[in-house]
Every structure is written in structure tokens, then in C-alpha cells.
Write a protein that binds this ligand. Structure first.
Ligand code: ATR
Length: 271
């Protein structure tokens, strides 16, 4: 007997430009998994209703994007440790009467840096720029790699200090503003939204070491990537993070790990 394929969605507002449906369709084709994956536009104040409707229609899981990652965290009836640490949820899995909330963004970024770019974090000085949701989501996975030190720098220093104290038990972590940063960092990660406005966090050029990463991606290198490469760093944008967080969500739902390299290559060629 033919059963309907399992259904998944990415929920956001706006959602039209999300690449998640094409990524998951490629993963499904590659691994022989029978599923459909669509975009779901939810009203800004209608996230939980949209999720409940989708569950009632038989939905198995969802990815969650801007502006709903905090709503998803609140809606989940169970949270993974990494979702608790991130304070936000980008992946939901619907079981009989549970809504599991997970967060695959941080592990996606670390996989892109360590495995895909071949840049180890263990024993390295790592600088994280920003203290919003994007920054918070990657702190625990970075500390799990055991850098010698993680410094969080933010325009509003108090927010960096809050995050540093929140994660103090997990590794060597400190807070700073941009201007007072000391010494060179092996890895500098831009988790601010400054690139969206073609803006550059005003960090000293002397902080730039061998490798710099911007969580943003697009047609052109960001101003941060330009700055870092001008000062000698190898640079990478966040396209690989997008693909890897999707692969981790696919694994959470289906128990199968897709091969990310060909999907990354196709998306890169299409940019
Ligand atoms: P996200 O979910 O993308 O992290 P957010 O929670 O609004 O978004 O956080 C945005 C981050 O980018 C903050 O760290 C913000 O700094 P402040 O805490 O000082 O506001 C940072 N940011 C935004 N625009 C910036 C700019 N032009 N220069 C430097 N930092 C900027």
C-alpha cells in the first residue's frame, strides 16, 4: 500500500527566499528518503498556531527561521542540551505528543569550519564578534572544540559579558568591546548582523590571524571578509553553515547523514 510521504516545512516571515526546500530535496533524493519539504509563511504573531495546524495535518518536523526561533524555543515541550544553551530553536520534531526543540546552527558552523575548511579550533584563540541570537547559538559548540580561549566582543559590551558569564562553566571564556581587544586570534568569527548593512565591527587589524568566518553569505564577500583577507586571513562565508545545519536537522529527523559537499557545490555555483 502506498502511504503519503512524510511532510516537513521551513517556517519564517519572510520565507520566499529560503534555500532550505532545495537543500532538503537534494538530501532526500541522495539518501532515498521519501519526504516533501515546503515553505510555510506564518503571521508574525501566529507561529504556534501555524505549527499546531501543521502537526494536525500530519507534519513530522520543521525548520524555524527569522523571526521565530525564540517562539519555537517556548513552544517545544522538550529541548536538547544544545537548544537550551542556544536559548533558541531552529529544528522541531513532532512525535506522538511531544514537540522536540533542537538547534543545529552551532554544530553546523563548527562542522563547516573544522571539517570543510580544515581549520581546527582545539588549542586556538577564537574571537566571536556579536552577542545576539546568532552568537549565542554557536558558543557551546565552539567550547566543545576546546579552544585555548574564546573571547566574545560586542558593540554593547554588557551583552558580551552576560554571555561570557552564562557559559563560564564550559571553558575559558571572556568578554570585551571591539576597541580594547588584545593580541591576535587564530580564528575570528563574525556573528554580528553588521554585514547586512555593509558595516564592519571596528576591531583592531592586529586581531586578525590565519582564518576569518562570516556567518552571512551572498553574492559578494562581505566587508568583514574583505577586511580580514586584506590583513592576511583565509576567509569563508556562511553558505557552508547553512548546508551543514540543514544536514544535522535531516539527521535529527531521518537518522541518515546526507553528503553535504555536492549540495554545497551546487548552491555555490548558483550564487
Ligand atoms: P542575530 O539574531 O542576527 O544575532 P540580534 O540578536 O539582533 O541578531 O543581534 C545583532 C548583533 O549584531 C548584536 O551583537 C549587535 O550589537 P549590539 O548588541 O551592540 O546591538 C550586532 N550589530 C548589529 N549591527 C552592528 C554594527 N553595525 N556594528 C557592530 N555590531 C552590530
Amino acid at each position: 500500500m502506498n502511504t503519503a510521504p512524510d511532510r516537513y516545512v521551513v517556517i519564517g516571515n519572510p520565507i520566499a527566499h529560503s534555500k532550505s526546500p532545495e537543500i532538503h530535496a537534494r538530501f532526500a533524493a541522495q539518501t532515498g528518503q521519501r519526504l516533501v519539504y515546503d515553505r510555510l509563511l506564518a503571521p508574525v504573531d501566529g507561529f504556534s498556531q501555524a505549527v499546531r495546524d501543521f502537526i494536525r495535518e500530519g507534519g513530522k518536523g520543521a525548520n524555524v527561521t527569522v523571526p521565530f526561533k525564540l517562539d519555537a524555543h517556548a513552544l517545544a515541550t522538550e529541548l536538547t542540551p544544545r537548544a537550551k544553551a542556544a536559548g533558541a530553536v531552529n529544528t522541531l520534531k513532532f512525535d506522538a505528543d511531544a514537540i522536540l526543540g533542537d538547534n543545529t546552527d552551532g554544530v553546523g558552523m563548527v562542522t563547516d569550519i573544522v571539517t570543510n575548511a580544515g581549520v581546527a579550533m582545539r588549542g586556538k584563540r577564537v574571537l566571536l564578534l556579536g552577542a545576539g541570537g546568532a552568537a549565542r547559538g554557536v558558543i557551546l559548540p565552539i567550547l566543545d572544540e576546546q579552544p585555548s580561549e574564546l573571547v566574545i566582543a560586542n558593540r554593547t559590551e554588557s551583552k558580551a559579558a552576560e554571555l561570557a558569564s552564562l557559559f563560564a562553566g564550559h571553558g575559558d571564556i571572556a568578554a570585551s568591546n571591539f576597541e580594547m581587544l588584545q593580541g591576535q586570534f587564530d580564528i575570528v568569527i563574525n556573528a554580528t548582523s553588521a554585514s547586512l548593512a555593509d558595516d564592519l565591527p571596528p576591531i583592531p587589524a592586529s586581531t586578525i590571524g590565519a582564518f576569518a568566518y562570516d556567518m552571512m553569505y551572498g553574492k559578494e564577500p562581505t566587508v568583514f571578509m574583505h577586511f580580514a583577507s586584506t590583513h592576511g586571513a583565509a576567509v569563508r562565508d556562511g553558505l557552508g553553515m547553512l548546508v551543514e545545519q540543514a544536514a544535522e536537522a535531516f539527521f535529527v529527523w531521518r537518522g541518515v547523514r546526507p553528503d553535504t559537499a555536492p549540495v554545497y557545490a551546487e548552491l555555490r555555483a548558483a550564487l
